[in-house]
Design a protein around this ligand. Structure first.
Ligand code: NAG
Ligand code: NAG
Ligand code: NAG
Ligand code: NAG
Ligand code: NAG
Ligand code: NAG
Ligand code: NAG
Ligand code: NAG
Ligand code: NAG
Ligand code: NAG
Ligand code: NAG
Length: 857
């Protein structure tokens, strides 16, 4: 990867400030984001020039766009993230450029590229297409972050010309190349080496340091400056209903969006509104879609947005004409009235724009509620100022909310648009970008094997604890930009949604509580960070207690309610066995802390849970762990995997379970369960659940299971590498049966939950493992066992991990000559371990380097 440093731009800006006035109109006159402080920039590797998007093959260089050659396509080689920057050497005539960002190449041919992403406020641009008016030469920086992309296109929309000397992204993530990470893996199988990099790159792009994802509103005496985005919602208005919302708005460009009756925690269940101004000729972008956003109108929508994007159902319900021209740069008062659980009216400076019954609109069967928060945003390329927000009870006029919107310390934390409060790992680089609790299971393990950024793992775990509820529950996807002390309660009760009043964390993805607990125990055992663990231990115990309280005292199985990613919540084998594994691990953590009472309590709970699992879920006739007591003949990848890795299964049960796997084979991987219809072409493969399976297969030291694991890695993860147009160099969220991104353009192509092979290859193909028990924490005691790597046909492998004992643990092995395996192991002298292979055992201690040979067949 070639990085073209733009350091000089910033040097020039510091020394000759007058040269660096940002040269675009509207939002981009706002503060350049500390352009002086950073010299870290992702630069494109290659470039193509033409009349549309073209696969780039020429090295990147300075280039000009003209009306005969209006489009540049740029390839960054792999996933990158940051604030888009452009160095404009010269312009002539009128210049507007439309810039697209995308993970798959195909996004460049779509009107909205691979977006929009209205799922959440993510401290990045909700849109993947943005337009700039360029009025002079010099550096230009987009205001909003683009969280993850390999490709970019720049289209000249007008008949001037523009010459770029450089283009890139001011990095918002670590720029360390995957080849230079503290953890590493290499073998004589080139595909496996590339697969290892997928997870490493995904965690590099999705884990962000505190303060790197900047605030996305600018708040001053003029009000809140809000650019086009999914509305940022007030955390203080979650439970309001049938209210009247009034505020002043000044459109800077094109229009302004707002949401009402919008539940905080259910991002697709609220009312969307957008006011479009008069769209004055000169100041309006020529690519404005005036059939979607006609001048002097108000759009009414429901759901995530006004346009449907794959899984984000959106309803554009109506467009109302405003009976006068709405000028830009002019203040108007907008009044939005919700009443009687059914009616919605909007007034612009006292003139009625519409008054409608929400019951008249079809939103897929349910009805539109008038309960929930409000917030501000806008359609693509819109921007506006908002101030003097008040809300009052429509029926009796009682003031319920009031905010002048002029104090950033008040506004940013409440509307979720503050820069990221903590170092956290997101579920994906480009999309959703919330701190998902369950996804963190694989993320934490991948980090330990690759970036070794334990600070980011600890930051993420601490962030969950910051949002923890008094009953111990952790949030399943806290956002980065809300102050938890304002927002945690509103989010936990559903924020006015359909489940209002319930503790949603206990019923929405309750299995994520288990996966999050596993991430905690993995962090402790990998980092040996016992002082932070001791400081936060009561909070984790509270969470374990909540989980234990969900065990049905009659059956002894874990019985939760609601929807879980791992499968059935009432006595399901996957959740029960995952909890079993978590309990075994948390008992070890208790032991490490000398909390013997808790250790005994968790151990006892583990023993009875294991007994219940084998009694009620093991089907000795079929040789499987049943999906759940009510689906005895079905089974799942997650269930059989966790029942094996948790130790619930004995050797016979393990072997029989794994031989039942073939019924789940589908396309390049394994479908989630036998209940999934294999002849449905829309069924996707999950690298998340297939990642659980890899650990189960390889934990057996069995040649045939290792071969199955190799086949799975080659087919499922190989698919992520095989096509230049979809290869982001990072692991994917879903894969379809043909090996393409499973959710088409929407698919996150940099999703750590899909990156399990990174730690699996280090642990099993190279063979670096922690020894069992507390002694193995931080790799103080280790095992080197290359049997799976040899069974995969590798002739050599090397890997490295960072230990908690002042140095790396590194192994290199190579089959040389006639069946001789030469092994070199380096480790901090304070650690010790064993080398194991096929019955051979060598105890290694007292040195920092060991070299020996063993015979292999
Ligand atoms: C180019 O733009 C100018 C200014 O907008 C306009 O007067 C002229 O007609 C345009 N020429 C063409 C060929 O579109
Ligand atoms: C403009 O928006 C309409 C309505 O969403 C859509 O059907 C049309 O494809 C859009 N046109 C362009 C050029 O994007
Ligand atoms: C959006 O897609 C859903 C199905 O996913 C469909 O039911 C709905 O009608 C679509 N809405 C619009 C506005 O196209
Ligand atoms: C709208 O009303 C405000 C006062 O509420 C006034 O300052 C403003 O000039 C009005 N705008 C227009 C365009 O009449
Ligand atoms: C007005 O309505 C609010 C609920 O929005 C209620 O709490 C309050 O008691 C009502 N006040 C009067 C005077 O009826
Ligand atoms: C526990 O499981 C039994 C047997 O399935 C069931 O009848 C009972 O309702 C469950 N209890 C709770 C509290 O869910
Ligand atoms: C646990 O106890 C042992 C022996 O008393 C002591 O060496 C160790 O430091 C203690 N560990 C912690 C984390 O307190
Ligand atoms: C494993 O468990 C099964 C089912 O409980 C039992 O029949 C079998 O004897 C056990 N095998 C071993 C080796 O313990
Ligand atoms: C596989 O080998 C490891 C040592 O590397 C050992 O701890 C484990 O018990 C073995 N597993 C089985 C199922 O034999
Ligand atoms: C894909 O990339 C490889 C390596 O960069 C290159 O050799 C190959 O030609 C590319 N294929 C296409 C279709 O561009
Ligand atoms: C391990 O031993 C078995 C039987 O003794 C043999 O078949 C197998 O090839 C050996 N594996 C290696 C890696 O030496």
């Amino acid at each position: 990867m070639l990085n073209l440093p733009l350091t000089w731009v910033y040097v020039i800006c510091v020394v000759f400030t007058f040269l660096c006035e940002f040269s675009i109109a509207g939002p981009f006159l706002a503060n350049p984001r500390d352009a002086s402080s950073s010299s870290t920039t992702f630069g494109p590797v290659s470039l193509a020039l033409g009349t549309g998007p073209l696969y780039p093959t020429n090295s990147f260089r300075s280039f000009q766009l003209t009306s005969t050659q209006p489009v540049a396509t740029l390839d960054y080689g792999h996933e990158v993230a940051g604030y888009p920057i452009f160095d404009i050497a010269a312009i002539t005539g009128k210049v507007q450029i439309e810039v697209k960002y995308t993970e798959p190449f195909a996004g460049l041919s779509q009107p909205f590229s691979d977006g929009p992403y209205p799922y959440a406020v993510t401290l990045s641009n909700s849109y993947r297409v943005e337009t700039f008016e360029v009025t002079k030469a010099g550096p230009l920086q987009a205001y909003l972050l683009q969280g993850g992309q390999r490709w970019q296109s720049i289209r000249l929309l007008t008949n001037g010309t523009i010459t770029f000397s450089n283009v890139g992204f001011k990095a918002s993530i670590s720029m360390v190349d995957v080849g230079d990470l503290p953890g590493s893996f290499e073998s004589d199988n080139e595909l496996l080496n590339k697969v290892w990099e997928l997870g490493a790159r995904a965690v590099s792009a999705a884990c962000v340091e505190k303060g790197t994802q900047k605030a996305i509103w600018e708040v001053s005496g003029d009000g809140a400056f809000v650019t086009g985005m999914r509305p940022g919602l007030s955390a203080k208005a979650a439970t309001l209903k049938d209210y009247t919302l009034e505020f002043d708005v000044k459109i800077e460009r094109a229009g302004m969006g707002w949401a009402v009756a919008f539940p905080l925690a259910y991002p697709g269940q609220g009312i969307q509104l957008d006011i479009v101004g008069e769209l004055p000729g000169e100041a309006t972008f020529v690519n404005t879609n005036t059939s979607l956003t006609p001048a002097n109108s108000i759009l009414l929508g429901y759901g995530y947005s006004f346009v449907n994007q794959t899984t984000l159902t959106s309803y554009h319900l109506d467009t109302f004409k405003i009976p006068f021209s709405v000028h830009e740069q002019t203040w108007y008062t907008l009044k939005t009235v919700l009443s009687s659980g059914q009616y919605l009216a909007v007034f612009v400076n006292g003139t009625k724009a519409f008054n409608t019954s929400l019951a008249d609109y079809y939103i897929g069967g349910s009805s539109i509620s008038t309960i929930g928060s409000f917030g501000f945003g806008g359609w693509q390329d819109q921007s506006s100022y908002i101030k003097n927000v008040i809300a009052y009870d429509t029926a009796n006029g009682t003031i319920l909310y009031s905010n002048p919107m002029t104090d950033p310390n008040v506004v940013l934390p409440e509307y979720g648009v503050h820069e990221n409060y903590a170092s956290v790992c997101l579920d994906g680089a480009k999309r959703d970008r919330l701190v998902w609790l369950g996804d963190f299971y694989h993320t934490a393990k991948i980090i330990a094997a690759s970036t070794s950024r334990f600070d980011l793992v600890k930051g993420t775990l601490q962030y969950f604890l910051d949002w923890q509820r008094p009953n111990g529950l952790l949030p399943y996807d806290p956002p980065m930009g809300y102050d938890h002390s304002i927002a945690d309660e509103a989010f936990s009760i559903g924020g006015g949604g359909a489940l209002a009043g319930l503790e949603v964390y206990g019923v929405s993805l309750p299995d994520y509580q288990i996966l999050g607990l596993k991430a905690f125990t993995d962090y402790v055992s990998q980092s040996n960070d016992l002082s932070w663990t001791r400081a936060t231990w009561p909070k984790w115990q509270l969470q374990v207690n909540w989980l234990l309280s969900q065990i049905n005292s009659t059956t002894g199985l874990l019985s939760m309610t609601g929807f879980a990613i791992l499968g059935p919540t009432n006595g399901g084998s996957a959740i029960s066995c995952a909890l079993l594994e978590a309990l075994n691990n948390v008992a070890l953590v208790a032991t490490a802390l000398n909390d013997t009472r808790s250790a005994a309590k968790y151990q006892t709970a583990s023993t009875s849970l294991s007994t219940a699992i084998n009694k009620l879920l093991w089907d000795d006739e079929l040789g499987i762990y049943s999906l759940s007591p009510s689906s005895p003949n079905d089974y799942s990848v997650a269930g059989l995997s966790f029942c094996i890795t948790s130790g619930a299964a004995n050797a016979t049960q393990t072997a029989r379970s794994l031989s039942a796997l073939s019924a789940l084979k589908l396309g390049p991987g394994y479908k989630d369960s036998t209940q999934i219809n294999s002849s449905d072409p829309t069924v996707n493969l999950s690298p998340n659940t297939n990642g659980f399976l890899l650990a189960a297969l390889l934990s057996q030291n069995a040649t045939n299971d290792s071969a199955t694991a190799l086949e799975l890695i080659t087919s499922l993860w190989g698919a992520m590498l095989s096509n230049n147009e979809t290869n982001s160099g990072a692991s994917w969220e879903y894969v379809d049966q043909q090996g393409n991104p499973g959710l088409s353009l929407f698919t996150s192509l940099s999703h750590p939950w899909g990156g399990a092979p990174t730690y699996i290859l280090t642990q099993y193909a190279a063979g670096i493992q922690q020894a069992g028990g507390v002694a193995g924490f931080g790799h103080g005691n280790w095992v080197i066992n290359p049997s799976a790597g040899l069974a995969m046909g590798l002739k050599k492998a090397s890997a490295k991990v960072v230990t908690a004992f002042g140095g790396n643990l590194e192994v290199q092995w190579k089959v040389s000559g006639e069946g001789v395996l030469s092994v070199t192991i380096k480790s901090p002298r304070a650690t010790s371990g064993v080398f194991e292979l096929n019955g051979t055992q060598k105890v290694l201690r007292g040195s920092d380097e060991y070299a020996f040979t063993v015979k292999v067949q």
